[in-house]
Design a protein around this ligand. Sequence first.
Ligand code: PGA
Length: 253
Amino acid sequence: MRKQIAAANWKMNKTLSEGKQLLNDILTSIPSLSDHQEVLFSVPFPYLIQANEIVAGKKNIHIAAQNCHHKTSGAFTGEVSVDMLTSIGVAHCIVGHSERREYFAESNAMLADKVNLCLSASITPIFCCGEPLSIREQGSQNNFVEVQLNESLFHLNAEDLKKVVIAYEPIWAIGTGKTASSEQAQEMHAHIRAVIASKYGNDLANDVSVLYGGSVKASNAKEIFSQPDVDGGLVGGASLIADEFLAVIKALK
Ligand code: PGA
């Protein structure tokens, strides 16, 4: 079975003590995870080391970074490189979240560089894609997402693409309380898999985990995750509340 993943994205929320409390509250009640299930906590940079210590040794629970820089090192004040992440034992990183694309002008080409750097540092990129409302209203979301995949991922060889986790996050559903219907999510996830299949073949397409993101919470996770091509979720707001995120974890296939 493909890996099923519940990934928390704390974004720029929680102080260190609040974050520790949240993490401990979740870990106290987390169900035991099957081999094919994984839980990720994407915490702010300053907490990565401590968060990593808290989850150390816990089966299939990992800490992720929310971003990395697209160059290896140098005069980039305020930035964090993939080698820095590796050096503190972080092996997962969100790449190309729509907030990074929008507020920090991250282009598909820059994201291709980030994906390459992550893979070269043995970091699993959680690559985000997804369309804005205007594109959805025009009905051109499939093409929009295909271009994102083409320009940031499809230069990879099959072996490397297999290491990437994709997160489909329609921008109009992020933090808005509006969720894509489970049919809309399934339709796009099937499209993403079909596009991968056309370039890399069916076996690889069936291996890649594709998460859904956008207002996933306790009340809708089960329904969304039950779709055949949805392999869990990338969760913002609801990941900041222990009971909500625990319910999302329990909704994994
Ligand atoms: P949301 O955020 O769950 O608050 O909509 C999801 C995300 O941005 O990853």
